[in-house]
Write a protein that binds this ligand. Structure first.
Ligand SMILES: [Zn+2]
Length: 687
């Protein structure tokens, strides 16, 4: 495809779900790359709008609210604030950070649904769904628990068993129970609207498989193709829930738009809100054909942004489609999957407290090891090495030596450049190449490569300064030292401009130290940025060494988490899982009666057994039971208990036992006999 001449770029980044704080996986997979890209475009003077916001609807939020005894709004208020704060502190430079509980979003999503509805784009379908009669509420899959048919876990959810990991539907559960009331739910008819994705199959195949074969990342293209190859199915866009965007149709109380349907519309709502706040027209950002739309997301969101949302946009009819969806793979932590529920994460709010003013160190590490094409691993050791041997030893060291030497030898002013030797000339020629190298990689969403190029400019400076050794020749050749420092300072000034998308805090500090008047991409690559005589600011250290003890403390923290997780995972109860459902007929096969023990004695040579003479009302018979550790024979005589009287006789220690006395066994294996509340006639039935 020929590259289009875009007039402006709308960049969206996945809406984080507002039921927990952010961790490094979020930054690495979506927000840092999106921010780098946006900062790069801004630096180039292009028109760009960077959209973000919290996704605040859906069942997990209602479950959290219920658990904590607060409202869903209180849950999302708490996490929206935390998430927004972390983004700001990490320099994620959104033009707007909105939220889907805002009125403008409800309005936008309703309008979107209504337009599609009026065009007849949805299929109406009635189906049977579990309903809690006491709460008068349909049950989302997560709100139904029961026994997993695969592993017997009695607390499996209607969508998944967390014990064995199997995906379930509520119909699979044995003994389904409503998580709202604890009652057995009933099935009831409910009506929903479906997006007929199958109808867009041909169009999507052409649009993705043919038209985006070359410009979409292989991981994105491959996942889309696999979905399309499996064939698309209609997908419900509404559900029975009381938290979300109400279905804008009459007679639909208690129904909301499914969160996957309303969340991506959140990008549009946020853009409208931005327009309101700044008195600008939002429409060109979503409706002009010369606007480039980019979605930055993690790989778990590919199908929504490449297949489902484009199908929605296409059918709604008035919006542009994404030009590219540069999705990232996942970041792991110390070799294991990041997990919010297991607290296996580096939380951003904790990092900010524990590593003050080191946002760029994390931004750097997460970019240089970004999970661009495959999953990648974050380790604290690597983080330390990236800081100490790259940022500090190369970038920081070069800048610091240059500025300190300039203060020392030339009173902090940019010196004149004298006659050039071949080394100088090579350095000056090289500087010119970096903006297009760094930018070229960025334009292809190759963030690691791009940041490596930036570091190569710092390496060039570091090597040039080290090889030229101005500190050795100052006494003998001060003119030569001026040239060396002039060229080194030009490299520093270029670094200040070119590092801004990646390391915005460092760029600010370096610009201050250089007293740089402006910092646009267009002026980078020029080795004449600084006028001779230009007064520099005070040098300070851009990066500090991170000591082993600091890293060890972080590793220890994770180690403690792991120990805690193992303790939490240990069974707190030996309760056996529930058995399979039986019919009433199965139950009535058992003949259970109240009988009186008339005599009891120990069985010779068997510690556990007692031999009982039992009056069943019909007869007196012998029953042998393994209760000798819990009951003395004399304590049983004359008392009534429950017995199964139609169990086939069997021999124990040579004595034929003609039935069984019933006892309850607690999880530790202790037995307790079952006694009626009142004295009954022998042979009374238990049912
Ligand atoms: Zn299971």
């Amino acid at each position: 495809m020929a590259t289009k001449n875009w007039k402006r770029t709308t960049v969206t980044s996945a809406l984080p779900y507002a039921n927990g704080p952010l961790h490094i996986g979020h930054l690495a997979g979506v927000y840092v790359p999106a921010d780098i890209y946006v900062r790069y475009l801004r630096s180039k003077g292009e028109e760009v709008l960077f959209i973000g916001g919290s996704d605040e609807h859906g069942v997990p939020i209602t479950i959290k609210a219920r658990k904590e005894g607060i409202t869903p709004q209180e849950v999302v208020d708490r996490y929206h604030r935390m998430i927004k704060d972390s983004f700001e502190k990490f320099g994620i430079s959104f033009d707007i950070y909105s939220r889907t509980s805002n009125a403008i979003h409800h309005e936008t999503a309703s309008e979107f649904f209504t337009t599609m509805y009026e065009k007849g784009e949805f299929i109406e379908k009635t189906s049977l769904q579990y309903f809690d009669e006491e709460e008068q509420h349909f049950l989302a899959d997560r709100y139904i628990t029961g026994t997993c048919p695969h592993c017997g876990n009695p607390k499996a959810y209607g969508d998944q068993c967390e014990s064995c990991g199997t995906s379930l539907s509520p119909n699979d559960l044995i003994n389904p129970t409503s998580a709202l009331s604890g009652n057995v739910p009933v099935k009831k008819e409910t009506k929903h609207w479906y997006l007929p994705l199958d109808k867009y199959q041909d169009w999507l195949e052409k649009w993705i498989v043919e038209d985006h074969k070359d410009d979409w990342k292989p991981n994105v293209y491959g996942q889309c193709k696999s979905w399309l190859d499996h064939g698309l199915q209609p997908r419900a866009v509404t559900r029975d829930l009381d938290w979300g965007v109400n279905v804008p149709l009459p007679g639909t109380e208690g129904k909301v738009l499914y969160v996957w349907f309303d969340a991506p519309i959140g990008y549009i709502s946020a853009t409208r809100e931005w327009g309101q706040i700044h008195g600008k027209d939002w429409k060109p950002w979503w409706k002009d054909d010369d606007t480039r739309l980019l979605h930055f997301i993690g790989k778990d969101n590919i199908v929504f942004h490449c297949i489902i949302f484009p199908a929605m946009l296409k059918e709604e009819g008035s919006f542009i489609l994404p030009d590219n969806v540069p999705a990232f793979e996942f970041l792991n932590l110390e070799g294991e999957k990041i997990s919010t529920t297991n607290n296996w994460a580096v939380w951003l709010h904790e990092y900010l407290e524990e590593f003050p003013k080191k946002q760029d160190v994390l931004r750097y590490t997460l970019t240089i090891t970004a999970p661009e094409t495959k999953d990648n691993d974050f380790t604290w050791k690597d983080f330390q090495a990236r800081n100490n041997s790259e940022l500090l030893a190369i970038f920081g060291n070069f800048v610091n030596r240059t500025l300190v030497l300039t203060q020392k030898y030339i009173d902090g002013k940019v010196p004149e450049r004298g006659e050039l030797n071949p080394t100088d000339q090579i350095a000056l020629d090289e500087i010119k190449l970096f903006p297009s190298r760094i930018g070229g990689s960025l334009e292809q969403f190759r963030f690691r490569e791009s940041l490596t190029e930036l570091m190569n400019l710092a390496r060039l400076g570091n090597k040039y300064l080290t090889d030229s050794e101005p500190w050795k020749i100052f006494k003998t050749d001060p003119e030569r030292v001026k040239t060396i420092l002039n060229i080194s300072l030009e490299i520093c000034a270029n670094l200040a401009i070119l590092c801004e998308p990646f390391l915005p805090f460092t760029a600010d500090r370096l610009s201050r130290m250089m007293n740089l008047p402006q910092r646009k991409w267009a002026i980078a690559g020029n080795p004449e940025l600084l006028e001779p005589g230009h007064l520099l600011g005070q040098p300070e250290h851009l990066f500090d060494r991170i000591e082993d003890s600091v890293i060890e403390a972080q590793v220890q923290k994770l180690h403690d988490t792991k120990k805690q997780n193992e303790a939490d995972a240990a069974p707190v109860s030996n309760l056996k899982p529930m058995k399979e459902t039986i019919t009433y007929d199965d139950f009535t096969k058992l003949d259970i009666r109240i009988c009186t023990v008339e005599a009891a004695e120990k069985v010779h040579g068997a510690d556990k057994l007692l031999k009982l003479a039992v009056n069943t009302g019909h007869d007196t018979r012998t029953i042998v039971s393994g209760i000798a550790q819990y009951y003395k024979p004399e304590d049983l005589v004359g008392k009534q208990f429950c017995f199964i009287v139609n169990l086939a006789p069997r021999k124990l220690r040579g004595i034929e036992s003609q039935g069984m006395i019933l006892s309850a066994e607690d999880p530790e294996g202790k037995l307790s006999l079952i006694t009626p509340q009142d004295l009954l006639e022998n042979g009374s039935e238990v049912k």
